[in-house]
Structures are given as C-alpha cells and as structure tokens.
Design a protein around this ligand. Structure first.
Ligand code: H79
Length: 577
C-alpha cells in the first residue's frame, strides 16, 4: 500500500500526498514527534462523543426516523426551523464526571467530543456567534468546561472534533451536498476568517491542554483556507491532529471511518472511528448495537495492525449516554481489565491477521489472541520466528499452556473449552524482541489463493486501493509502471489456474498485463466490461508453481495503449490436478 491508505468520504479524497506538514511536524525532529505521539500510541482506545442539537429530534424528521447528526442536511431543514430545536436542548442530566468515569471503566484512555459538528452549533461559549450552547439553549452553560475539568481529574486526555469546512448555519460555510436554504449562502473565505478561525482559537485557548484536534471533512478546503487553521495548532504544542483538515495538510494520523483496514500501513499512524450502532448522533430508533464480543475483537484487530480505536457514543438531549452503549463499553472494559497488557503500548509493527485470531507483542512477549478456539485442543501458530521459552494464559489463573516448537510451528495444547469465548489471550515469552512473519495471504483448505485489492501492496505513483461508496478495488491505475503484489503462502505446488476480476470501460480496454509468481507468468489483454464498476472474472491461463511456502504474486503492465489499465478487484490462483 502506498503512503498509508486512502479514505473516501463523499467522494472526497481525504488523505492526500506529502505536501504541507502539520504545525507540529514542521518544527520537530523525529524524536520529538515520537515523544509527542507516545501517549497516543500507548492508549489504543478512545471514546468519541457526538453531541449536539441533533439529539433533540433524535433521528426523527417527517416520516423518517433514521436520521442522525446529519438530520439538518438529510431532512433539508431550513436554518430558522432547525434553530428551534436548540430551545429544547436542555441536558439537565449531563454528568461529565460520570461520562469520564465510564470511559475509564471501559479502558479508554482519551476522548474526543464534537465541539462543533456540520450543523455549526458550538457546545462551548463562543464569542463570535449566538449559535452556541450559551446563547441558543435554555441550559445556557458551556458544556466543554466541566468535561475538561472531569478529564483532568480522572487522567483522561481530552480532544475536540471541529467541523472546519462544513457549517450549515453560518453563511458561507460549506455543505457537501450544496446549500438548501438561501440563509446559508455567503463567502466561504469570510466564514473561515470570521467563524472557523476564531472558534478554533477559542477551543485551543480556553480548555487547558488538549490531546487531539479532530478536523472533519475537507469539503472546499484550499491550502489558503486551511493554512490559518493549521497555524493555530501552535497554541497547543503537544496536540495531535488528524488528516481531515484538507488543503494538502496530512496531519498526524489517518482516519478510516466505520471500517478496519485489511492490513496496517507501515509508515503512517491511523485510528479507526466507529459507531456502537449505526449512527454517530443519538438516534432513538436505532437499536442495532454491536455486541461486546464484536467490539473487543475489533479493538484487538486494530491493535494488532498498530492502529487506535475511537468508539462513538451519542448522548441524548437530556445528557445521558444510552444504556445499551454503557453496557457494551463496560463489557469491553471488563475484558481489558484482564487482558489490557496485550493491547496498551504494544509493539508498533503491524501484524498479519490469522484465520483463528490475532497477534500482538510487547518486547520479548508475544500475545496470541484466540477468537476461534480449536475443537481438538491444538492450535498451530506458524508465524513466530523466536524460540519460545514459556506459555501461559494471560488472564485469570494464568495457568501454564503446554507447547512444542518445531519446523517454524509453535503448537499450543489447549483446554477443551475456551476460558474466554470472546478472546482468550495466551502470553508467550520468547528469546529476544518479538519477530513475527510479515503479512501474507494463505491458501484456503483447497489450496486456492484469493487475493483481494484491500490486501494488495501497490507500488508506484498513481494506482491506489480505493474503497467506500461501493468501491473496493485498485484504481487510478494510469501509470503503466505501477504494479501490484501480494505476498502469499502456497499450500500445493503444481499448476495453478489464474483468474482475474476487473472492470474496464470499452474506451480503456486493451492493456496487456501479466500475473506472475517467481519466474512463472501468464499474460492477457484487458477486455472491455462495459464500465468502471462492471466487474467480470476472466480465466487467463495457468502458471506452474514450483514449491510450497512463501512467494510473491505480482500483476504488472506490459503495454497501456489507452489512458488507464483497469480497476482490479481480485486475483485467484487455484491448483489444478
Ligand atoms: O461525524 C461523523 C460524520 O457525521 C462525519 N464524520 C464522522 C466522524 C462525516 N461527514 N461526512 N461524512 C461523514 C461522510 C458523508 C456521508 C454521507 Fe450521508 C453519505 C453524507 C451523505 C451521504 C450518511 C448518509 C450521512 C448522511 C447520509
């Protein structure tokens, strides 16, 4: 994967190239950057809070009850009408201390709250607008001050989300689907100067030390609009900022939203943000909650790939975090209390997902996370390169686990039933710093290799893995020198049938490409499939595979007569008798 990975939001490319650094990065050495990021690397798990006026309608507008924090836009609610909701935003049950204690009990080390979302409403006392908590609601008090105090008291780091570009209430603010009320029209440059810049100065000045500035959505952000916002980060020398400012600022970390990348990038920090149900802002009708098991496994998956997990709650207009959210967060917290050693501060090398679970490590300890407990009591772990000195359960009894190590395989002898059906962690002590075999795709039981775009390594200038909005392919493949590869583990040597799934409109078809493994390769010409999204699978021939074990499969271009190669979705290699 080149340069981390790309997040597609509303068709906007968020993580961009290598252009300007954040205010912090440009003034610091690599060692200083590592020191600034160190608490964040250690933390792994944080609480996202989406709270605002949209909690009043609670997802319901007209005959639809599935809106969220986007309700003003998705309901096309006029500005004057939307402002009426603020008169009923009176969170008398708001107990910031309880929220922070919940984060702590859940094992979260930081929280990020929406100081202002796309509806432009400030949860804080802003001097540059009346569209804020103090002036527009019966509650009349700044919501962020007491939260900042509670965070300091309990040792939780506090970050602010700020929607810098989209603002559907202040004239000139951007709207990703265009304005729907003339009251929104105006100059975006004026909006940036008169609202966004002074408000960001307020949130960076009035709440003590801040951990994170979480920009959201770079819609219409030019370098000129983004630069004064980026410059304000100097007010908080230790702050960490994400990649969504726009204008070419890549920030400190990437932000996959609502998904976990198939593999962790090597050279870029990242944080998956995700909802507990299907909405960020409170939606009363949405009871589609993720299970505790699912959440723990997601956290483990993310940690194993060297990412962070920012898990969202959407409090009600009264100020309560919904009970189903509380229950699940406490469940994750209980697991972390027993197994946190395998998550917090683990090594920053992304590890390969395994069919039965995940691996994390810390120095001379390797944590084997077993999601799918083997029914025969034997688990063969074939990715550990260090000599293993001992094995025990991390949690509970910490009972020793019998093991044998031979031929690159550590075989663990396990009890008939999983001690923890969510994820039982076995701690191995090993000789020297943990060494785990790098990412590779394994053959399935039948010996066939399924190589998906999301797991590919993309080499070159333009081609990239693209996803979101129904996309899931290598795209922007417009340089014939760009190529794609997968490291694989071959199960059965011998001839393999090669199938390639791609899309290419008639106007670009005709490129000649090869699929190769080692010295063997097979060539084919890209056929027209009707459109960029009309994917079809083509059997292009067969290649001999000399031996079992690790190898690389590469897709390369021999000639590109038109403007692009193809959208490549997958390659499949199947042993033939
Ligand atoms: O704050 C949360 C989202 O509101 C925000 N980012 C997270 C953290 C976000 N802004 N833009 N997007 C996410 C992507 C845009 C999604 C959309 Fe839609 C798809 C906008 C319109 C169609 C989802 C469905 C939201 C409204 C309808």
């Amino acid at each position: 994967m080149k340069h981390g990975f790309f997040a597609m939001l509303c068709g906007v490319l968020i993580a961009s190239g290598t252009t300007p650094l954040s205010a912090q990065e440009s003034a610091e050495t690599p060692e200083q950057r590592a020191a600034r990021m160190s608490w964040w690397h250690e933390a792994r798990f944080g609480m996202f809070i989406h709270w605002g006026v949209y909690a009043v309608p609670a997802g319901k507008y007209g005959d639809k009850d599935t809106h969220g924090e986007w309700i003003m836009c998705t309901g096309k609610i006029p500005v004057a009408e939307y402002r009426q909701y603020a008169m009923r935003f009176n969170p008398v049950k708001y107990d910031p201390d309880a929220w922070v204690r919940l984060a702590k009990e859940s094992g979260q080390r930081y929280m990020v709250i929406t100081s202002k979302h796309h509806d432009g409403f400030a949860l804080f006392d802003s001097k540059v607008t009346k569209w804020d908590m103090v002036d527009a609601t019966p509650y009349g008090k700044d919501l962020l001050k007491p939260l900042a105090d509670a965070c300091r008291k309990h040792g939780i780091r506090l970050g602010f989300y700020y929607s810098q570009a989209q603002d559907w209430n202040h004239p000139g603010g951007a709207a990703s689907r265009g304005h729907w009320d003339p009251a929104q029209d105006g100059s975006m440059d004026d909006y940036i100067r008169d609202i966004a810049v002074p408000q960001v100065r307020e949130i960076l000045s009035n709440y003590g030390p801040l951990a994170v500035l979480w920009w959201d959505t770079p819609k219409d952000m030019t370098p000129e609009r983004a630069a004064p916002l980026n410059a304000l980060l100097k007010l908080q020398p230790g702050i960490i900022s994400n990649n969504r400012l726009g204008g070419g600022f890549r920030g400190d970390f990437d932000t996959p939203e609502q998904h976990i990348p198939a593999r962790g990038p090597k050279d870029r920090d990242w944080e998956t943000c995700m909802t507990l149900n299907g909405h960020w802002g409170y939606c009363a009708a949405d009871q589609n909650w993720k299970s505790t098991e699912d959440l723990v496994r997601k956290l483990v998956d993310i940690a194993s790939k060297n990412g962070n997990f920012l898990l969202n709650v959407g409090p009600t207009a009264e100020g309560l975090i919904p009970e189903p959210s509380v229950d699940r967060l406490r469940g994750v917290g209980a697991w972390l209390k027993a197994n946190g050693e395998s998550i917090y501060g683990t090594d920053r090398e992304p590890r390969m997902p395994l069919p039965w679970g995940r691996i994390t490590s810390k120095g001379e300890r390797i944590f084997v996370h077993v999601f799918d407990w083997p029914s025969d009591g034997r688990l063969a772990v074939d990715v550990i390169e260090n000599p293993v000195k001992g094995a025990r359960l991390l949690a509970g009894t910490q009972a020793a686990v019998p093991f044998k190590q031979a031929g690159g395989v550590v075989e663990l002898g396990l009890a008939p039933a999983a001690p923890d059906p969510i994820d039982t962690v076995i701690e191995l002590s090993v000789e020297g710093p943990a060494r785990i075999l790098p990412f590779a795709i394994r053959a399935n039981a039948g010996g066939s290799l399924s190589l998906r775009a999301s797991e590919a390594e993309v080499h070159g200038k333009k081609a990239a893995y693209e996803h979101g909005n129904g996309k899931d392919n290598i795209g922007s493949w417009i340089e014939p020198t760009d190529w794609v590869s997968w490291d694989v583990i071959v199960a059965k040597p011998g001839p393999h049938r090669v199938e390639v799934e791609y899309a290419a409109p008639g106007g670009v078809a005709g490129s000649r490409f090869t699929v190769g493994m080692g010295k063997a390769e097979v060539a084919a010409v890209v056929q027209p499939t009707g459109s960029w999204t009309g994917f079809q699978t083509f059997a292009i021939g067969s290649i001999p595979v000399a031996e079992a074990g690790r190898a690389q499969v590469a897709v390369k271009v021999q000639s590109m007569p038109k403007s692009a190669v193809m959208n490549l979705k997958s390659v499949r290699l199947t042993p033939t008798p």
